[in-house]
Design a protein around this ligand. Sequence first.
Ligand code: PGA
Length: 251
Amino acid sequence: MARTPLIAGNWKMYLSLAESVALGQAVAASCAGLTDREVMIAPTCAVLSTVAGAIADSPVILAAQNVAWEQEGAFTGESSPVTLKDIGVSMAILGHSERRHVFYETDEMVNQRLLGALDFGLKPILCVGELLEDREQGQTFEVVQKQLSKGLQGVTAKQLEQVVVAYEPVWAIGTGKTASKEQAQEVHAFIRGKLATLYEKKLAEKIRILYGGSVKPENVDSLMAQSDIDGALVGGAALNPDSFDRIIHFI
Ligand code: PGA
């Protein structure tokens, strides 16, 4: 079953309001005429509403970089999935390594966020990935499996169809060190196999698994040529309109 590739830009906490609008417009222009792939951007929360307006007439998908698990309440510093939907957000990055390692989000919190996103109609991108020390100790598959199965706890097969998984080896994020295409493909195939075990093979074949970690114009084509790599989650290179344009137009 053919999976539609997804190229996703994670802008992290970069760019002013004006820069975000300009980049949103540039990405929208890059997408003109593209029908065989999807493109998503995740600006910082404060500018989401304005960027939504700037890309309103384009196919660019708007995402949040995180989302609360409740609709409303005493959750200082969090964003409601319902409010995010109201302003035009349709996806949410969850469990990004910076959330896990800088803000100490646990698998349980990521799971709650994911269930909340699904409940309120946002499509989650569940990020998983090992630290360098995990890889060096031969723990990559164990770490990825744990983050995957805990992150998806309570998710039904029907709901899984809305979920995108992103494999982002922590040692490759923002470091310029990309996993080789073989290293990435190996973990992607493992993730698909795990999804087949947790759910069923036919469903696992439908789920998109993105690679993230120093994706650049120079390496995107060879990564995207791997059979289990269905897209890219791009940080640094998503902030430059020319680089992101090239990544969107991967061959
Ligand atoms: P990077 O970031 O492309 O700058 O490595 C990827 C990410 O954090 O999602």
